[in-house]
Design a binder for this molecule. Sequence first.
Ligand code: GDP
Length: 177
Amino acid sequence: ITRKDEYNVLILGLDNAGKSTFLETAKTRFTKNYKGMNLNYITTTVGLNIGQIEIAGIRLSFWDLGGQKELQSLWDKYYDESHAVIYVIDSNDRERMNESKELFDKMIKNEYLSGVPLLILANKQDLEDCMGVRDIKPVFQQHGHLIGRRDCLTIPTSGLTGEGVNEAIMWLVEALK
Ligand code: GDP
């Protein structure tokens, strides 16, 4: 793998959305001989959580940035070095859906990210009462000036059960190649 085959993928979203869990599950699935952490021990990201996956001749370096208010201001600093963004939503947290949407809008307005592929995860789909993609997609992925012409997809996932994790990684690989 040469430098040109290395891509930085930012994992963004509110605290508790499931970013760390998603990354750990992805690493477990796509890394030979890696058994992974016990998902029950994963706590919310404070600071930075990094992981790499090698797949189809490319290396994806994931940067899971903490979602807490105090940390959100740090996101900008990573934007100009990122090749793709995964935005994670807790589909079961209706109370914070607006907060997540505001954060999302702020993020996609950033000029550094204007052409960068964007994958939106309607996460925690294993929870019975969660909002489905059908409800979440129109909130986040509207046709319009904010998303612009970048590649964008919203998919249902669960970092806990692994639902959608393969699809997510394969979509990124295709979008980046
Ligand atoms: P982060 O703050 O975005 O990194 O979120 P974490 O990965 O630390 O997860 C926050 C909490 O949500 C933890 O208690 C996780 O076990 C839980 N969680 C994460 N992903 C899922 C999921 O897909 N389904 C369910 N039911 N819980 C999840």
